[in-house]
Design a protein around this ligand. Structure first.
Ligand code: IPE
Ligand code: IPE
Ligand code: MG
Length: 252
């Protein structure tokens, strides 16, 4: 089960991993089942990635669960996803407690159905003292929404004299995003073979390494997460410098 785990260099773990959990619908189709069956099975993959990340020592795991664009799906699918959200938060609270994971959400959760909103707030409250890892669930989230809400806060701050526009730098902007206080994404994974960002974390992935896998989300297991991390650890992250300036030990 834990193949590849022992090869991971724990000194070089990505501090923040973000995942675009994609391919539930295609997985269901492959099994001649309705789309919702794919979403239901996607919950197993959430548990696998959360446990594996927490066990390794990743600080933040951000999962894209529902985008602002996903409201455009058929109403029956949106409703099924909202119901599944309530059920799975309820069902997985023990996984979060057992693994010492703190639940957090990013996105406009006020606009979710009241039941989802309440269930989320209750789980966030229950897990508030957990300290091994933060699991951000991106719900009614989009990168453009995040940047826009940050701009609104900054504009208000400038207007009331709390913020001096001329002094504002990138680190200041970080503090107005929904990921304030968290490290930037270092590894971004997308399942199902699609190679696009679909309006996920735009600002926070400025220097992320991208990893695309054809595996459909419900099939994604701990083993696949280890593979993604090993692949990430073999890359040379130059941050604008040239290779000769990079001192990291080349082990791949
Ligand atoms: C990802 O799987 C889950 C959500 C976007 C909520 P999809 O539902 O997008 O699955 P495909 O892309 O249709 O296979
Ligand atoms: C992105 O997946 C959103 C989530 C995984 C929640 P989609 O399946 O909605 O993305 P597109 O529409 O194919 O870009
Ligand atoms: Mg999709």
């Amino acid at each position: 089960m834990d193949t590849h785990k022992e090869k991971i260099n724990l000194e070089k773990l990505p501090r923040h991993i973000a995942i675009i959990m994609d391919g539930n619908g295609r997985w269901a189709k492959k099994h001649n089942q309705p789309r919702v069956f794919g979403h239901q099975n996607g919950v197993n993959a959430v548990r696998e990635s959360a446990e594996a990340s927490a066990e390794l020592g990743v600080e933040v795991l951000t999962l894209y669960a529902f985008s602002t664009e996903n409201w455009k799906r058929p109403e029956s699918e949106v409703n099924a996803l909202m119901e599944l959200l309530v059920e799975s938060i309820h069902g997985e609270i023990n996984t979060l407690m057992d693994n010492n994971i703190r639940l957090n959400t990013i996105g406009d959760i006020q606009s979710l159905p009241e039941k989802c909103h309440d269930e989320l707030l209750s789980a966030i409250h229950k897990t508030r003292n957990n300290s091994r890892m933060v699991m951000n669930v991106a719900l009614n989230y989009s990168g453009k929404w995040d940047i826009t809400q940050a701009i609104k806060k900054i504009a208000r701050g400038v207007k009331n004299g709390e913020i001096h526009a001329d002094n504002l730098d990138c680190q200041d902007v970080d503090q107005y995003l929904s990921t304030a206080g968290m490290p930037d994404v270092e590894l971004m994974i997308r399942t199902s073979g699609e190679q696009r960002i679909s309006n996920f974390l735009l600002w926070q992935t400025a220097y992320a390494e991208f990893y695309f896998t054809p595996v459909l989300w419900p099939d994604f297991s701990k083993k696949h997460l280890y593979e993604a991390i090993l692949n990430y650890q073999c890359r040379e992250r130059r941050f604008g410098k040239i290779s000769e300036q990079i001192t990291q030990d080349k082990q791949c």
